[in-house]
Each structure stands twice: as structure tokens, then as C-alpha cells.
Design a protein around this ligand. Structure first.
Ligand code: HSE
Length: 307
């Protein structure tokens, strides 16, 4: 195979109580990317549609992630990349992760899959480092593995895929303002109290157990974050009203998607997820900021070939 076109899913990182360790992949939101082999060494980003992003390899997250893979491989040639960018940078839905994960996944396919999923996550994390100054894996891991993933440890990197209940849907509202992950990390405190720790690991354990048992009620009551959300939500106009009305409309729970400004809610069943979307839409119309809404099943596959 000389060329491949892939769908690179959007992702929700943190999922409330799992700051920097939990993430899920979306089905209804994502970029498309074409990667082809070239005899010329190195990586060239030849076209980006949809967003103004750097074409220079070292300044582009797909380029940097791809270079990490290329350096680790014994392939003598190079790659050309075309990106159809549908996820806006600074949206909180894993825009940089989609590009980084998509690039390395596609290259691995073209080379006959010499690398494991874990290695692909490690390469893609270099893209995240460029985008947000921190090589976090909670977007790129679900983008590559699909479904929910837990980063059990960063050193050494240990990714645990978590099963997804069949009837779980995400509703995501993306207010059209940009919040850079690097900025929204700087406002966080670097220490937490024992009391906060106890709440957070109780909820994270509860959420993981709920996902394993398809216990939707347990999932709902575990979607709580008393550490990051109270600080970051200040940057998101209408956050409290959106969350409260999503719950009233029947969502199991919700929170900030990644580092924001997107807000997510999880629901049991598409019908409820659509009802939640309607309610959020009504709520956000009063805020006066344009927005997009997505309703998505959890994407079990992660990056996938489309042609
Ligand atoms: N865990 C990261 C953060 C995800 O919240 O900063 C960024 O998408």
C-alpha cells in the first residue's frame, strides 16, 4: 500500500474525574487525513484544508509525531501528508491529538504495522508536547485504541483500554471561543488536599467500575471533578447552566471536554443524548456565543482507514 486515507476521531480527555489519565474517542467528530509514501526522506505536510495551521514539519503536530515514528523505524523513504482539518484547534475535542494520532496510525499501516498501539501513542504524544507543552496521553490514547482508555502510568507508559457500555452516547457543545490547553493548564493549582484526592480517586474508581459493569447510574454519579472543573469552568461562559440543564434533560453527568471550552454530557441511549442536545442548545442561545453541537456514539475503533 502506497497511500491511505484515515478518519482521525475527536476525543474527550479527562472525562471529569480523570485529569490527564482518562479519555474517550468520538464517532461523529473528526478530521480526515491522507498519507502517502515518498522516496524522499522526511515528512512533508503538503496541504491543510479547513484551518490555518503551519505546513512546516517541525511546527505541525502531525509532522512532529510522524518524525518520532520515522526516527524509530528503519524505513528509508518518507511521507507526504494532507490534512482535512474539521476539529478546530483550541476546541477541547482533541484537535492536535487527532492529527498526531492519525498521522502515526496511517504511517504504521503503510509500513506494514511494525509498531504497537502503545508505541504509536508514544510517538503521537510528541505532537501533544508541541501543542500544549505537556506530552499528555489522554487524547491520543483513545484516538489510537478507540473507546475509553486509562493512562495507568506515564513512566513507564501503561495504557489500559476500558470497555464501553453499548448504549452510551456523548453530547458535546463547542462554543466558538478558543482556549489553549497550555493556558488552561497554567491556571491550575499544582497541589491538592488529601480530602480532594479521596473524592477524586473514589470517583475515578467508580467511573471505571461503572464502565466495566455497564452500570449507567454509577457512571453518572462518578462524573464529578472537584479539582480542575471549578477552576477551568470560569473560562467557559454558560458552563454551570449547560451542565445543570443537561442533567435536568436526563444526562447521566458531564463536565469540561479536555481543557475546554467544549462541554460534554454522557447519556444512556441516543434519544436522551438528543434531548440533552436540544436542552443545551436552548440554554446556550441565551449566552450569545455561536456554537456547534455534536451527538456521538463512543467510537470503539479509534483512527480508521476510509480509503
Ligand atoms: N488532560 C489535558 C488537560 C487534556 O486537561 O490539560 C487536554 O485536551
Amino acid at each position: 500500500m502506497e497511500e491511505i486515507k484515515v478518519f482521525c476521531p475527536g476525543t474527550i480527555a479527562n472525562v471529569s474525574c480523570g485529569f490527564d489519565v482518562l479519555g474517550l474517542a468520538l464517532d461523529a467528530v473528526g478530521d480526515e487525513m491522507t498519507v502517502r509514501k515518498t522516496s524522499e526522506k522526511g515528512i512533508r505536510i503538503v496541504k491543510i484544508r479547513g484551518q490555518e495551521l503551519p505546513l512546516q514539519t517541525e511546527k505541525n503536530v502531525a509532522g512532529v509525531a510522524g518524525l518520532a515514528l520515522l526516527t524509530a523505524s528503519n524505513y528509508e523513504g518518507g511521507f507526504e501528508i494532507e490534512i482535512d482539518k474539521r476539529i478546530k484547534p483550541g476546541s477541547g475535542i482533541g484537535s492536535s491529538a487527532a492529527s498526531s494520532a492519525g498521522a502515526v496510525w496511517a504511517m504504521n499501516e503503510l509500513l506494514g504495522k511494525p509498531f504497537s498501539q502503545l508505541e504509536l501513542v508514544q510517538f503521537a504524544m510528541q505532537g501533544e508536547k508541541l501543542a500544549s507543552e505537556v506530552a499528555h496521553a489522554d487524547n491520543v490514547a483513545p484516538a489510537i485504541y478507540g473507546g475509553f482508555t486509562l493512562v495507568r502510568s506515564y513512566q513507564p507508559l501503561d495504557i489500559v483500554p476500558i470497555p464501553t457500555p453499548d448504549d452510551l452516547y456523548a453530547t458535546v457543545i463547542h462554543p466558538q471561543i478558543e482556549i489553549k490547553t497550555s493556558d488552561s493548564r497554567k491556571i491550575l493549582r499544582t497541589t491538592i488536599s488529601m480530602e480532594q484526592g479521596i473524592q477524586q480517586w473514589g470517583n475515578l474508581g467508580g467511573l471505571i467500575a461503572g464502565l466495566f459493569r455497564s452500570d449507567y447510574e454509577l457512571i453518572g454519579r462518578s462524573l464529578e471533578d472537584h479539582i480542575v472543573e471549578p477552576i477551568r469552568s470560569i473560562l467557559i461562559p454558560g458552563f454551570d447552566a449547560v451542565k445543570a440543564n443537561a442533567l435536568k434533560a436526563g444526562a447521566l453527568g458531564g463536565g469540561i471536554s479536555g481543557s475546554g471550552p467544549s462541554i460534554f454530557a454522557l447519556s444512556k441511549g441516543r434519544e436522551t443524548a438528543e434531548y440533552v442536545a436540544q436542552s443545551i442548545q436552548e440554554t446556550y442561545k441565551t449566552v450569545g456565543i455561536p456554537f456547534d453541537i455534536h451527538i456521538s456514539k463512543i467510537n470503539a475503533q479509534g483512527v480508521k482507514q476510509i480509503s
